[in-house]
Design a protein around this ligand. Structure first.
Ligand code: 5GP
Ligand code: ZN
Length: 113
């Protein structure tokens, strides 16, 4: 499958990986929007949150938990951070493989869109 995040998960293209386990992998965004910008993705190709089944709800819990742990490691848990999942065209999703953005290290804009 021609999916850039599947290729990162399969080590076919390089990424600055901060965390991985059998289900989830986290790496720095190639075009960071903040001093800390990490993407947390499932290894499994799930196109977006719309395609998440009820059975996979624990996956999102794990992704959020890993994001929280990475926020501590990246030194932004005290100053604050933002977790974002874009979904679909108008949601601003460019890569069609579910991912959670962890953004921090600067004052983020108050408006969401
Ligand atoms: P989206 O707009 O889909 O929510 O976010 C996709 C994110 O993936 C963007 O922030 C973009 O910079 C990042 N991205 C796209 N291609 C690559 C890549 O090959 N490597 C890494 N590390 N990040 C990527
Ligand atoms: Zn994929």
């Amino acid at each position: 499958m021609d999916c850039v995040f599947c290729k990162i998960a399969a080590s076919e293209i390089p990424a600055d990986i901060l965390y991985q386990d059998e289900q989830v992998i986290a790496f720095r965004d190639i075009n960071p929007q903040a001093p800390v910008h990490v993407l947390i993705i499932p290894r499994k190709h799930i196109p977006s949150v719309v395609e998440l089944s009820e059975a996979e709800s624990s996956l999102v819990e794990n992704m959020v938990s890993i994001a929280n742990q990475l926020a501590v490691k990246e030194g932004v848990s005290e100053s604050g951070y933002r977790l974002v999942i874009n979904c679909g065209e108008q949601g601003g999703q460019l890569v069609p493989h579910l991912h959670l953005h962890l953004l921090g290290g600067r004052q983020l804009a108050g408006e969401l869109g």
